[in-house]
Design a protein around this ligand. Structure first.
Ligand code: SF4
Length: 388
């Protein structure tokens, strides 16, 4: 395939595809799927070898959010029967984080529901980080606390936070359809505040919310323009009791095409397979390891993932290895230029599809698999051990 050969060459040089080329990846047929995965897999291996970074989520505060993000089970008015609790005590959060580290995670992601932290919340998180670092001095810490105010990113950095997560989620054009209580610009501003404080920016998307291919490409290019270090790709978990409960739009093949497109646009950034992988990729999960270099271990914020041991077995069976604490995730050129250069250029648009291109995938509508959505009932906020 000319398209894939071109994108592999670009990816090996850290160049981005054109917008049309990214759209063409999403339009490839099921007949072409393994060629797409193999091509994006070459780019993945060039920058990350066969390493898989494991990340572990600790939901510090769950539910009861005043914001109205339609995809979120913790939103204002959500009827999803999730765990709801206020801030975990530092020692409880540390215990949950330690389980993730013992399971192989090198980064813990401390997440709290809400519009954004108060300065007292930053104090709490600081104490939590101290407790975590007392147990595991070298663990990477990512905070995800919502919209930041001036000075808060600096305080988090001083507390030992390495990275800040705040997703753009979808394109600027459709952001208002998904959330009304804050804007796309608010989200971009928080990513910039984190970067300005020297935190590694983690920002990604949610696919499967009814968006177009153009929306997906727009958000993925917007993230590239912001030069984020880590791009989590979530696939919508259509929780019953949320406005997007009926949005079962993804097939496993479609999910793989999306991941391949993200890899081509972000050849040397950490691309992380995030929420929804089990329910949308299903038996094709191992193929996604050829595209992403990072996944979450175990459970998600409000839903259960597959068993942590199954994650480890999948990685080993597919011929990949868990990234160790001594290895730096990002390629050296990105670590050195963490404050700025994305290093990529776009080439002029070209005709991305061959004349005799196979028929596009016939039916991209996913079947509703509500049977696969399990609300989290273990780990943080419960008396049961975490899944790690
Ligand atoms: S701000 Fe965060 S926790 Fe609140 S509804 Fe939006 S995504 Fe959910």
């Amino acid at each position: 395939m000319d398209l894939i050969d071109t994108l592999v060459e670009k990816g090996l040089r850290r160049e981005s595809p054109t917008r049309d080329e990214a759209l063409a990846v999403l339009a490839t047929s099921d007949d072409e799927l393994l060629d797409v995965v193999a091509g994006a897999g070459r780019v993945r291996r060039k920058w990350f070898g066969r390493r898989v970074k494991l990340n572990y989520l600790v939901n510090l505060k769950s539910g009861l959010c005043p914001e109205d993000c339609s995809y979120c089970s913790q939103r204002l008015g959500s009827k999803a029967e999730i765990l709801k609790y206020t801030w975990l005590k530092p020692e409880d959060a540390s215990k949950a984080a330690a389980a993730g580290v013992a399971g192989g995670a090198k980064r813990v992601c401390l997440v709290a529901s809400g519009r954004g932290p108060t300065d007292r919340d930053i104090d709490r998180v600081t104490r939590t980080i101290e407790a975590i670092k007392e147990e595991n001095e070298r663990v990477e810490v990512c905070a995800c606390l919502g919209l930041l105010s001036d000075g808060q990113a600096e305080r988090l950095r001083a507390a030992g936070v390495d990275a800040y997560n705040h997703n753009l989620n979808t394109s600027e054009a459709t952001y208002g359809d998904i959330t009304t209580t804050h804007t796309y610009a608010d989200r971009q501003e928080t990513v910039r505040l984190a970067q300005g404080a020297g935190l590694s920016a983690c920002s990604g998307l949610i696919a499967g919310m009814g968006e177009s291919d153009a929306d997906l490409v727009d958000v993925v290019f917007a993230l590239r323009a912001m030069d984020v270090d880590s791009v989590p790709v979530n696939f919508l978990i259509p929780f019953e009791g949320t406005p997007l409960a009926e949005e079962w739009n993804l097939t496993p093949q479609r999910a793989l095409r999306i991941l391949a497109m993200v890899r081509f646009v972000h050849p040397d950034a950490e691309v992380r397979l995030a929420g929804g992988r089990e329910i949308h990729l299903r038996t094709l999960q191992p193929l996604a390891l050829h595209l992403v270099n990072s996944i979450f271990l175990g459970d998600y914020l409000t839903s259960e993932g597959q068993e942590g041991k199954a994650d480890l077995d999948m990685i080993a069976d597919a011929g990949f290895e868990v990234e160790g604490a001594d290895t730096t995730t990002l390629p050296a050129h990105r670590v050195r230029s963490a404050a700025g250069c994305g290093g990529g250029t776009c080439e002029p648009c070209g005709d991305a599809r061959a004349d005799d291109a196979p028929e596009p995938a016939a039916d991209e509508t996913g079947a509703a698999r509500t049977d696969l959505v399990a609300v989290r009932r273990r780990g943080a906020g419960t008396d049961l051990p975490p899944n790690a």
